[in-house]
Design a protein around this ligand. Structure first.
Ligand code: AMP
Ligand code: MN
Ligand code: MN
Ligand code: MN
Length: 307
């Protein structure tokens, strides 16, 4: 579901001229600052959905989506807080998948949050996370760091959504590393001792659930995947064939040159461009809500697909 951005400012005579782009897509007014990727305590963020909304509005965001990992539980509170703060709101989620052995995240936007197939798919994903977390705990115990599963649970804010971020916060708290990137680098990334393989959703499933619920599927932070250019091309072909429509170009984990690279891929693959901070919390995230470069003007922003 999409709640429109409120109309801004006084009406100048020009605003009576019919805007045909607007007429085709009546719910949305051209946003000045949209942020379609962030997390709350419903997954591995540090703030309640209402507090994320307040922070987004305070930073000038006017069209916002909450995209918790594999869980829709924060959307109703987020929408109410967004409306109260004068922002437009888009239902969002970040779905964990694996494609040809590479863990990838797909953001879903503007879907029907009551869709049964989407709900059942996300339920299964969350259940799988508990078993994976126990195996991560066992793997870390095997290298001499016991009790990490139990310790991570102290950082978990949604009992059905345990993430590597919770493990990382616990490992920092006991002095295993100085900060989260350090823990990921040495313990929790693929190939490191605390990383265990896991069967996430497939690309077909994630895009199918999002499309089946009337939403738009977007490739999250494409610059973070360990893929060659050729593999990325094959992935984007597969994503589009399944009905995927968007790619994050301005994103909290993209350096400026990566944003330019993925802007080129958005053009080459005719994908709509998204913009998202991937904000998790004030003490953790390098990029705050809405504090992102604007998209290149020739790209089609993904909000145009929402209705
Ligand atoms: P999971 O979904 O359980 O595999 O955990 C992935 C989450 O871990 C991401 O959504 C981030 O919150 C966090 N994460 C992954 N890599 C890093 C990193 N290098 N530094 C900090 N946090 C990270
Ligand atoms: Mn996360
Ligand atoms: Mn992600
Ligand atoms: Mn994210």
């Amino acid at each position: 579901m999409v709640t429109p951005v409120p109309r801004r400012g006084s009406r100048s005579p020009a605003s009576f001229v019919v805007n045909y782009a607007f007429a085709r897509n009546p719910p949305l007014v051209n946003p000045a600052n949209f942020d379609f990727h962030c997390h709350s305590i419903v997954s591995d963020g540090l703030l309640r959905p209402e507090a994320v909304a307040g922070r987004a509005a305070g930073n000038g965001v006017d069209l916002w989506a909450l995209t918790d990992h594999d869980d829709l539980g924060g959307l109703a509170a987020a929408r109410a807080a967004a409306v109260a703060a004068g922002m437009g709101f888009v239902d969002g989620v970040e779905i964990s998948i694996e494609w040809r052995g590479v863990p990838i995240h797909i953001v879903g936007l503007g879907f029907d949050a009551a869709d049964p197939a989407l709900g059942a798919g996300l339920d299964a994903l969350r259940n799988g996370r508990v078993a994976r977390a126990r195996r991560m705990g066992a793997a870390l115990a095997a290298i001499g760091i016991p009790g990490v599963y139990e310790g991570a649970l102290c950082f978990v804010t949604n009992p059905s959504l345990v993430s590597r971020a919770h493990f990382a916060r616990y490992l920092v708290s006991i002095g295993i590393a100085r900060d989260l990137p350090g823990v990921f680098q040495h313990y929790l990334s693929p190939g490191k001792p605390g990383y265990v393989d896991h069967r996430w959703a497939t690309l077909e499933e994630a895009v199918g659930w999002i499309r089946g619920a009337g939403g738009v599927a977007v490739v999250a932070h494409p610059g973070r995947y360990r893929m060659s250019g050729g593999e990325m091309g094959k992935f984007l072909d597969a994503f589009k064939d399944l009905g995927g429509q968007g790619i994050e170009v301005a994103c909290g984990s993209h350096a400026p040159d990566q944003a330019l690279h993925f802007a080129r891929l958005a053009r080459r693959y005719a994908l709509h461009a998204s913009r998202g901070s991937d904000f998790h919390g004030p003490e953790e995230s390098y990029v705050d809500l809405g504090k992102l470069p604007q998209l290149p003007e020739d790209l089609k922003p993904v909000w145009r697909l929402l209705r």
